[in-house]
Design a protein around this ligand. Structure first.
Ligand code: FMN
Length: 273
């Protein structure tokens, strides 16, 4: 529940104006939060000039007062950071410390979710990575073989992957270090699952930025998601929650590659109406 500290509230109504679900009223000069339509988004906490709103459900110790020095980001600097970001597929044989992994997940946790559902889950795979790899390679081989047998797939551009997936398992078994074309010998995998793929994707995007800010490298494995989505063994290993779907997979480690510049991109497809 959201609660108003009546002694601090001055009844200014700023929280009423900013409350999207219209759950707050000024009664006898004080804000009253009904907690009926409230979605615990915390706007009333953030917007109150008197810091008069608290949540009795969430830890208020994580709330930080704004200060420009720590909270602002130069726009051009941010854009350069986004432009310089690269998919990293070469990793050092070096573990990622747990505090860095938690910081990456923190960037996901504080990302917005539809209706403030905060229903995104993160599975970090390190100890069971070899098991995960084996199941993934086998799953993709099966998917590839099924696609190659399917006459309806004839001419599909996806078929170029099918042949590759079939070969990958054999190559991996022959030399797992040299031929790890799915995980590239990275030490850490984070699988992001959610009821909403959009929520998971937004979280993942911020997590990727944080990964780079920490001096780590990452890539999103669409191949892994394809392998895991309808695979009960992988779902079981990852303990995916009821109602959640595996949405993204981040492969993370210390980069063993240096990029010197940004890359060109297609013009943005914009229409002004
Ligand atoms: C949704 C998604 C799925 C991807 N899947 C894979 C993958 O399975 N394997 C891989 O090596 N790279 C994968 N990538 C990386 C893309 O190939 C890469 O982002 C793209 O080539 C542009 O390169 P850049 O990220 O360095 O700008 C994926 C990227 C995204 C956004």
């Amino acid at each position: 529940m959201m609660l108003v500290k009546k002694e601090s509230c001055i009844g200014c109504g700023i929280c009423v104006k900013d409350c999207f679900p219209q759950d707050i009223e000024i009664i006898e000069g004080k804000a009253e939060i009904h907690n009926v339509t409230c979605m615990n988004c915390g706007h009333c906490i953030a917007v109150c000039p008197r810091n008069a709103v608290i949540s009795d459900k969430l830890d208020m110790n994580m709330v930080k007062e704004y200060n420009q020095e720590e909270f602002s980001l130069d726009a051009d600097h941010l854009l350069n950071f986004i432009k310089f970001r690269r998919t990293v597929r070469q990793f050092k044989a070096k573990e990622v410390p747990q505090d860095l992994i938690l910081k990456i997940i923190e960037a996901g946790r504080f990302t917005q979710t539809g209706s403030n559902s905060q229903n995104v889950a993160y599975t970090v795979v390190e100890k069971e990575l070899n098991k995960l790899k084996e199941l993934t390679y086998v799953s993709l081989k099966d998917i590839g073989e099924t696609m190659l047998r399917d006459p309806k797939m004839a001419g599909s551009p996806v078929l170029r992957y099918a042949g590759m997936w079939v070969r990958m398992l054999e190559d991996y078994h022959r030399d797992p270090k040299k031929n790890d074309r799915l995980f590239f010998n990275a030490p850490t995998v984070i699988v992001i699952s959610a009821a909403s793929v959009v929520d998971a994707t937004l979280a993942a995007s911020n997590m990727e930025l944080m990964t780079n800010a920490l001096g780590l490298g990452t890539f999103f494995s669409g191949f892994f998601v394809r392998a895991a989505q309808n695979n009960p063994e992988l779902q079981q290993l990852l303990e995916i929650k009821e109602g959640h779907q595996i949405s993204l997979c981040m492969i993370i480690g210390y980069p063993a590659v240096t990029y010197y510049r940004t890359v060109p991109r297609k013009e943005a497809d914009i229409s002004w109406k």
